[in-house]
Design a protein around this ligand. Structure first.
Ligand SMILES: [Mg+2]
Length: 417
């Protein structure tokens, strides 16, 4: 199954003004879309992070891809690692994206879904969590391309409860995550308490300030929200800080798990995390762990060490969502509802045929058709490319919009509180 062509298409998709510890989302999020074409004319596709740096790395990797069999994934990962020896993390982003497109291509060629290529499904639907954000007014996009603001402004506990209820009404989510690190911790604790009150004790809640708190603050919040949070995600941004937080909470008899997609982001972080008990849940992400097979391997390793597994997300469209669904179906240990930014993206920006992937009762059905279960809509892809060419953004930058819309003197700082 020889690959004869590889296309890399940068696109821009409207993104609402969502706040986080790094600032404010710009009016557009960026993605790179990879297409691999076989000698029989079958196309496999995948989404990768956006930006020119990754785009040029993907372009460079074409030399390793074209002429290779789409089955030859272990060797491909090796040669890409050798090509990018100075940037091993970049190598994983490149080989991971190409792997997903290759699995889509192989699956389409032999009539098998990606979940089956990964070893077969242990579940037929995959749960996702509502991903709440403090948010300014606006639906994303710029100029003539501004989008409807479905969820409105949300800057206080009442706004966050409204946002949660709207997400539940639209998608039926049963787990809730709040992106924190935006306001002083007591305000965010109040938002979690308001969600707990409004949604009841049966709704799992999480908060993720992206390392925005000191160890001392992390311990304080962990004590305050004991019994309310399902897990506390990246309260502080170092392995030592996570370990110290865990130790202090355990000394109180508080076993609330600490989750991360910041201090454990690669296989070589796991050993220290286990030795220091810094992390009890890993949020996997095939986009930077090295692809879908890497996540199934991570699942086994996490299980071995008694660490839970969930999934991290960035702004994305349906191809990335479907890749997450297939790998979650094929990873028995992936039992937590996963993150997704998908509801924040506008339906008109979707690039797969047939439009948006449905989320019903907070879950996505694992496709039973070949590959990832979707074909690229070439017209929609071309519109995404036009938006990219029109907009000024070339790498993710949350600081500039934060300065423009909120505070001209705003500075990024970890830990802020
Ligand atoms: Mg996170």
């Amino acid at each position: 199954m020889k690959i004869v062509e590889m296309r890399v298409t940068p696109i821009a998709i409207a993104d609402p003004p969502l706040l986080n510890v790094a600032g404010l989302h710009a009016p557009y999020a960026l993605r790179n879309v990879i297409e691999l074409v076989s000698e029989d004319g079958i196309v496999g596709a995948a989404e990768a992070h956006g930006g020119e740096r990754l785009r040029s790395a993907l372009e460079e990797a074409k030399a390793d891809v074209i002429g290779r069999s789409a089955w030859d994934l272990a060797r491909l990962a090796e040669v890409i690692e050798q090509r990018f020896t100075a940037a091993p993390r970049e190598a994983l982003r490149v080989s991971g994206a190409i792997e997903v497109a290759a699995l889509d291509l192989v699956g389409k060629a032999i009539g098998v879904p990606v979940a089956e290529l990964l070893g077969g499904r242990v579940r037929d639907e995959v749960p996702f969590s509502a991903y709440l954000f403090y948010k300014l007014a606006g639906g994303g996009g710029e100029g003539d391309d501004q989008r409807e603001d479905r969820y409105g402004e949300a800057l206080d506990p009442a706004g966050m409860v409204r946002q949660a209820q709207a997400f539940i009404a639209d998608y039926g989510f049963e787990s809730i995550k709040l992106k924190g690190g935006v306001f002083p911790p007591d305000q965010e604790i109040a938002a979690i308490r308001a969600l707990h009150e409004a949604l009841g004790p049966g709704t799992p809640l999480r908060i993720d300030p992206n390392g925005g708190w000191t160890t001392e603050t992390s311990i304080r919040v962990g004590r305050d929200l004991n019994g309310i949070l399902e897990y506390l995600e990246d309260p502080t941004n170092t392995m030592a800080g996570m370990s110290a937080t865990r130790g202090a909470l355990l000394a109180d008899g508080n076993a609330m798990p600490l989750a991360t997609n910041m201090v454990v982001t690669a296989f070589d972080h796991i050993h220290e995390a286990v030795l220091t008990d810094a992390v009890q849940v890993i949020l996997a992400d095939h986009h930077y762990w090295g692809g879908l097979r890497a996540i199934t391997q991570l699942g086994r390793l996490a299980q071995t060490h008694g660490i839970g597994l969930s999934m991290h997300s960035n702004s994305h469209l349906g191809l990335s969502l479907l890749a997450m669904v297939h790998v979650a179906a094929a990873t028995p240990h992936l039992t937590y509802a996963s993150d997704t930014h998908y509801p924040w993206q506008d339906a008109s920006d979707e690039i797969i045929e047939g439009g948006r992937v449905p989320i019903v009762d907070g879950k996505i059905a694992v496709p039973t058709c070949p590959g990832l279960g979707a074909n690229l809509d070439q017209d929609a892809l071309a519109r995404g490319r036009e938006r990219y060419d029109r907009c000024p953004y070339r790498e993710r930058d949350d600081r500039t919009p934060m300065r423009e819309r909120v505070d001209p003197n705003w500075e990024f700082k970890l830990a802020r509180w």
